[in-house]
Design a protein around this ligand. Sequence first.
Ligand code: 1HE
Length: 262
Amino acid sequence: MSTHSNDIRLSLQGASSEIAVIALNRPTKRNALNDGLVLGIRDIFQNLPGSVRAAVIHGEGEHFCAGLDLSELSERDAGQGLMHSRMWHAALDCVQHGPVPVVAAMHGAVVGGGLELASACHIRVTDESSFFALPEGTRGIFVGGGGSVRIPRLIGAARMTDMMLTGRVYKAAEAERIGLAQYLVPTGTALDKALELATRIASNAPLTNYALMHALPRIAEQPADQGFFTEALMAAIVQNAPEAKARVRDFLEGRAAKVKKE
Ligand code: 1HE
């Protein structure tokens, strides 16, 4: 697939090419996100092949992502800065509200716009080498890739404010404890874990996955009464799919796996 950048790579895995693996591939610059890369992310998520049921995003080299490419910053005036931030919003919206769930596999630096990218994903896996920071505060800038909307929903506004005011860096274990990641795995295994999770996600009914990605965050923003109503609509639509009926029948007739304690 052609994108705006050679610094991002899409490959397909799985027996039916059901897993999209997206690699940030600019390791010499620590996968810093220049405009081409941001547009490349948008292009890939807007044009995922129809076979894809789940996606994984990771970074080549020693780090997940060093955030915004700071070398492009000085050339923008206020109006261009506004448009630039809106471009990030549009690209990361394609990640969050695309067709399939996305798992971020993180290692090394997950900073600034890198954390904003990870926050747009649906599941975050970190290995023990990761460190998380929002250096925007100390660089005299502000988040612009949706971080002020998404990150407080993960860790609370107080923690994000602290990260930005003081430059606080969270190590991987702390990051998992406060909610920046849902899985903590040994160094070097984040991609394997993310692929394992993506494989599991890909085996769900696609409509259920879509409902989870698109309805859950919206219901969280609705007053309770509207949330209950949206939930009922979503439940009715999803359970009406032939695939849902077949899966329930499989369980009732002893063909489907039980929930296990492990
Ligand atoms: C970069 C960038 C970058 C590295 N933009 N070029 N983000 C930051 O403030 C983080 C800035 N980066 C760092 O703190 C460090 O580079 C890392 C901790 C991520 C990695 O350290 P290290 O020792 O492995 O690498 P390095 O030697 O610092 O960097 C290697 C090269 O990548 C070097 O270039 P070179 O030509 O001298 O080899 C660095 O200049 C370059 N590089 N990070 C440009 N970010 C939508 S708004 C979002 C706002 C933000 O994201 S602000 C936070 C930006």
